[in-house]
Design a protein around this ligand. Structure first.
Ligand SMILES: NC(=O)c1ccc[n+]([C@@H]2O[C@H](COP(=O)([O-])OP(=O)(O)OC[C@H]3O[C@@H](n4cnc5c(N)ncnc54)[C@H](OP(=O)(O)O)[C@@H]3O)[C@@H](O)[C@H]2O)c1
Length: 349
């Protein structure tokens, strides 16, 4: 178990529903900030991104997730600047070990888990975030050329130096998690988890529960698929990441869309949106699960936050399980090249 006592960073009225991440207590739904700077085509205008972050604070969100990678630093700069007046009330999470590097005049994404790279990434993140300490610092990807013990050892030294409060890992297997946890308590594993990506159910969900870590669920809305609003990828920006993902390609995406009516029936019965049903399903998977949906839209933000109030019966949860699951979803989640970079357990059917 994580040794430190929880602090009181609770959303207004959120105490009943608060979830624990190592020494931190957070509202049940966090905010993924990535798409304010990166990933799904052109980012929104900066004024919209600034407003969204402040609207999130007003809505009771107190876990904000960024990374050195997002916008090659721009996202940390944005999040740090806008949330500075609220710094004491929020949990700021960022990630290193994968960042932008200029190569031949072009910025490239580079995974580098060597201790010196992690130290440098963290210093850069602190500067961009405009803070003395990052509450939750993740290794964004395990660099398989570097023993996990060495990367986590460097992160442990950041804790000792007071630059980081708690440690996390992203997209790792249960075996890697246990090795890392033997070096320093791991407060959270951030990995993709949603109705259509069940990999954590192989081992990581249980391993997190066992060691007292949170499972921070990224892409909890399946990058918009589970909202029922993304009916085709034809209109997406040429640079939208989803264009590289097999599940969004034709004909897999059409087959996947055909799964949504089963889920929509449950959402209608529960008087909530599909997005809310998808988030409520995740919250019901364990008290240690913390979804971090990303959005650029205030209306979506409010809708997502309100999912914490949606309660689904055991029968409704089972019907959602049956509607969208690994046996029914078409296509792998990543391209082979991206898949090779991660360490998570995968179902073999
Ligand atoms: N550790 C990692 O390797 C990793 C990888 C990916 C993501 N992440 C983290 O996870 C966070 C969230 O993941 P994500 O952004 O990839 O996926 P997501 O949260 O599953 O989905 C985001 C997409 O859904 C749309 N959306 C959100 N709420 C909606 C609603 N209520 N109704 C309709 N559409 C809605 C958003 O568009 P609008 O802007 O129009 O709302 C956006 O296109 C990221 O911000 C990042 O912090 C981490």
């Amino acid at each position: 178990m994580h040794p430190a006592a929880p602090d009181s960073r609770l959303a207004p009225g959120g105490a009943r529903l608060a979830r624990r991440i190592g020494p931190l207590c957070v509202a049940p739904i966090g905010l993924g900030c990535m798409n304010l700077s990166h990933a799904y085509g052109a980012p929104p205008p900066v004024e919209q991104a600034e407003r969204l972050l402040l609207q999130a604070v007003d809505a009771g969100v107190n876990l904000f997730d960024t990374a050195a990678l997002y916008g090659f630093g721009d996202n940390e700069t944005l999040v740090g600047r806008v949330l500075k007046p609220h710094r004491q009330q929020i949990t700021l999470a960022s990630k290193g070990g994968m960042a932008g590097q200029r190569q031949d005049g072009v910025m490239k994404r580079v995974i580098d888990g060597r201790p010196e790279a992690i130290q440098r990434n963290c210093e850069d993140s602190l500067r961009r975030l405009g803070t003395d300490v990052i509450d939750l610092y993740y290794l964004h990807r395990w660099d398989k050329r570097v023993p996990i013990e060495d990367s986590v050892g460097a992160m442990a030294r950041l804790v000792e130096a007071g630059k980081v409060r708690a440690l996390g890992l992203s997209e790792v297997s249960a075996a890697t998690l246990r090795r890392a946890h033997a070096v320093h308590p791991i407060a959270a594993v951030q990995t993709e988890y949603s109705l259509w990506t069940r990999n954590p159910e192989i081992a990581v969900l249980d391993a997190c529960r066992e060691i007292g870590a949170a499972l921070v669920a990224f892409s909890p809305l399946a990058r918009a698929f589970l909202t029922g609003k993304l009916l085709s990828i034809d209109a997406l920006d040429a640079k939208d990441l989803r264009r590289t993902m097999p599940r969004f390609a034709a004909p897999a995406y059409a087959a996947n869309l055909a799964l949504l009516p089963g889920m929509a029936a449950v959402a209608a019965e529960a008087d909530c949106s599909l997005a809310q049903a998808a988030l409520a399903w995740l919250l019901a998977r364990g008290a240690h699960v913390v979804p971090i949906p990303g959005t650029t839209q205030a209306a979506h933000l409010r809708e997502n936050v309100a999912a914490a109030e949606v309660s689904l019966s055991a029968d409704q949860l089972a019907r959602m399980d049956a509607a969208v699951n690994r046996f029914k979803v078409s296509g792998p989640r990543y391209s082979p090249a991206t898949q090779a970079e991660i360490d998570t357990e995968e179902f073999v059917d």
